[in-house]
Design a protein around this ligand. Structure first.
Ligand SMILES: *Cc1c(COP(=O)(O)O)cnc(C)c1O
Length: 397
């Protein structure tokens, strides 16, 4: 838990806040970085202090100087609406903790149909078992979401853009309806991070991210964060406490280290990602590029209005080709690794198909779909790699 928000009193720009936030040089005996506190027990000097729970830190699960440093920098990045940041051992744990903290038996929750699939599995598996009614909505519904509200609708879970299909939701429009109906808005803000999308300034009450991705930035930690406004932080703080959610100190430290370079890394992912997206859009093998920063994307106007940048993750739709040809492409590329996750320094490629699990909308893009993460390699090398892939696709078709 944190009690100061630099974003409130600090007029500096986000890049500066990422570098300076959470620093306590005096407490760190002059070192610019905090120590990694491996700790469970905190000792109280007197019986009176113990009875009164009088201590800056009370127990390892409830935080340490290392977690406080990370929470402070994330709070200052989220902006003045943010009053607390919870830390979780994975992005999915941040989502499940959030949902368990705000929902109860008999409540109804509306979930975007392009939600991260494990979030959907949690809603359909555990939430339903605990008596929560889960409904899905078209990510493009906007203010039309009003007709899906029930008297017991407690929360709406949005994700923009969806991390496979890249549909852009009108989050401010959805938030306006939700708030008029007395419901909370939860955003999975992993794609843009608070650097490029200040969710909490746009009507979102709780913004979470898989810090496994860009905050960590080096594909070496699992981590999740939950940023909450004044209305929702008490619920999140209570949920974290009751569930016993906490993160390991080494991962907290690595997440903090990631924040220091987030702005330069994301700027490069944005630049390289857009260049690769434009290059791919001109390729004869490609039917469509799903990248909201491209003028041709149906959600471009929303992206331009609500976001200040794009990350390195987007998808492409290939012209119809047999599975074996797509597999030949995947096997031919060398710089693009095949694997889940994203947000690290390296480029990745995976095939995907949203259709089998969507329930509110149909997904039929017109050809095989691939998701690409553009890493920090040189873009000419990445183009040459994909050219090799396209040659293999052609040869196997
Ligand atoms: C990866 C991801 C998550 C889950 O994060 P983990 O740290 O892998 O649990 C949640 N949402 C989105 C959009 C993601 O891409």
């Amino acid at each position: 838990m944190s009690f100061s928000n630099d974003g409130r009193s600090n007029p500096q720009e986000p890049e500066t806040r990422l570098v300076t936030g959470g620093r306590d040089t005096k407490g760190q005996r002059g070192f610019v970085n905090p120590a990694v506190f491996h700790g469970s027990t905190v000792l109280y000097p007197t019986a009176e202090d113990l009875h009164a729970h009088r201590a800056e830190f009370s127990y390892g699960r409830h935080g340490s100087p290392t977690t406080r440093a990370l929470q402070d920098v994330l709070m200052s990045l989220e902006g003045p609406q943010c009053v607390g940041v919870g830390l979780a051992p994975s992005g999915l744990a941040a989502i499940t903790t959030t949902l368990l903290s705000v929902l109860g038996a008999g409540d109804h929750v509306l979930v975007t149909d392009n939600v991260y699939r494990p979030s959907r599995n949690f809603c359909n598996g555990m939430l339903t078992r605990y008596g929560v009614d889960v409904g899905y909505f078209d990510p493009l519904i906007g203010a039309g979401i009003e007709k899906l509200f029930k008297p017991n609708t407690k929360a709406v879970l949005v994700e923009a853009p969806g991390s496979q299909s890249f549909e852009m939701s009108d989050i401010p429009a959805i938030a306006e309806v939700a708030h008029a109906k007395g419901a909370l808005v939860i955003d999975d803000n992993t794609w843009a991070t608070p650097l490029f999308h200040r969710s909490l300034d746009q009507g979102v009450d709780i913004s979470m991210q898989a810090a496994t991705k860009y905050i960590g930035g080096h594909s070496d930690i699992m981590f999740g964060t939950i940023s909450a406004n004044a209305k929702t932080w008490p619920l999140i703080a209570e949920g974290i406490r009751l569930l016993g959610v906490c993160a390991g100190p080494d991962d907290v430290f690595l997440a903090l280290r990631g924040t220091r370079t987030l702005a330069v890394r994301l700027a490069q992912h944005y630049r390289s990602g857009l260049e690769m997206a434009r290059w791919l859009a001109a390729r004869p093998e490609v039917l469509q590029v799903l990248h909201p920063a491209l003028e041709s994307h149906p959600g471009h106007a929303l992206w331009k209005r609500d976001f200040t940048g794009a990350s390195g993750l987007f998808s492409i739709v290939l012209k119809p080709a047999p599975q074996k040809a797509v597999d030949a492409l995947l096997d031919a590329v060398k710089l693009f690794g095949m694997g889940f996750s994203w947000g690290g320094f390296e480029s990745l490629i995976i095939p995907f198909d949203c259709d089998p699990y969507r329930t509110a909308t149909k997904w039929s893009p017109g050809g095989p779909t691939l998701r690409l993460h553009i890493g920090l390699e040189n873009v000419d090398d990445l183009k040459a790699d994909l050219e090799r892939g396209f040659a293999a696709l052609k040869a196997a078709a």
